[in-house]
Design a binder for this molecule. Sequence first.
Ligand code: GDP
Ligand code: MG
Length: 166
Amino acid sequence: RAGFVAIVGRPNVGKSTLLNRLIGQKISIVSSKAQTTRHRVTGILTEAGAQFVFVDTPGFQTKHRNALNRAMNRSVSQALADVDLVFFVIEAGRFGEDDRKVLSVIPEAAKVILVINKVDQLKEKARLLPFIDEVRKVRDFAEIVPLSAEKGRNVEELVKAATPLL
Ligand code: GDP
Ligand code: MG
């Protein structure tokens, strides 16, 4: 199995930390010149049964609803329609307006894994399930994986969950 994966989310949710954690210790190829039609390849993770090609998408515009930002978000949507899988990253316990705006730009047809990062910051673990329910009201996800990119906790679960979806 092999496929293109986009890691998306508002600034500061931990996308770069997650990518580094995913490809950091493994053999990875990162080239600023590697291009697909719409994407820049940022890393490749080769597992026993699967190869994940991580790609960049142009940044989401979540600040103002003007014509230019809408057009830019349309081009993000088109880019995301091209990938095999989207990791939508949020912070545990925090699902705000900016997160919702990013989520709204992900095409309906895209396969999306909800990645709940920074679970190490969650004081009460019992709050995780109601939090997941809150996010799931907005959209259905192929998988939901709580993890800590920084501590490296449960990151291998994400790879496991993603593999059959490639
Ligand atoms: P990006 O803007 O989405 O790429 O986010 P970054 O990867 O740059 O991370 C933003 C901040 O969140 C940094 O200070 C990271 O150290 C921190 N961070 C990322 N992952 C975690 C995590 O799992 N737990 C905690 N506590 N902090 C994290
Ligand atoms: Mg980043």
